[in-house]
Ligand binder design. Sequence first.
Ligand code: NAD
Length: 254
Amino acid sequence: MKLEDIKAIVTGAASGIGRCIALELARAGAKVVGGDLDIDGLKSLETEAVELPGEIYGFQLDVANELSVKEFISLACEKIDDPNTLVNNAGILRDGLLVTRDEDGWLRKLPTAQWKRVIDVNLTGAFFMAREFAAVAIEQNISPALIINISSVTRSGNPGQSNYSASKAGLDADTRTWALELAPFGFRVAGIAPGLTNTPILSRVSPEALAEMTANIPLGRIAEPYEIWQAARFIIECDYLTGGVIDVDGGARF
Ligand code: NAD
């Protein structure tokens, strides 16, 4: 697919990696509808895109809410007519150990709500988006079409991230599953597994943990969002790529 032909829906577009992908697409002449919970972030994204050759429109979206996803996809279709690309990027961290002992010696268990919210946003949210997007694209005979799922280096397990690692491992499984299911309709589905990347999500990680993790990255630094965009661009332009997940992690594979 050519960048200038892309009509993309990008979730989590107000910040970090999603924002960078939305802006780079618009810089290349593509049309983008960005969805996010953060309305102010979407407004500033629209403003930043005004001078770019492409177009960006922002609408509020909760990927974990089925109704919100349906309404958002129909707004996106009105705005950019026949979207052909979905970037499932919205994601959250709510880290916690499965079981731990607090300073008073009491056992603390990872709260169910903390487990569920991450699964709801990172995995079920991507499922709601992919299902709605694929249904509309197939109904409108849009082909070729593309789904990019943003996974994570911690998909194979990381202490304190039962919820997050499981959500990303599940997402990778669905990258492969949807690639197989949707190929007959002219869809490609691929993933990107970023390592630590310089975005606001890292404010949830303690500076000490961040320093320790960075010290273990073979390339000696964390990624910039633009480097995740470079993988997205490769996926868009490589028409024979489907079902795979590209690691962009400075060598820090878990
Ligand atoms: P970020 O916090 O900067 O951006 C995430 C965006 O998602 C935010 O704008 C947030 O408002 C939005 N969001 C959260 N819940 C949402 C919901 N329910 N509906 C719609 N939007 C919602 O984080 P980021 O680093 O840019 O993360 C983007 C993706 O990259 C995530 O899936 C994350 O898991 C993944 N990732 C990030 C890193 C990293 O180190 N930054 C590493 C690996 C993977």
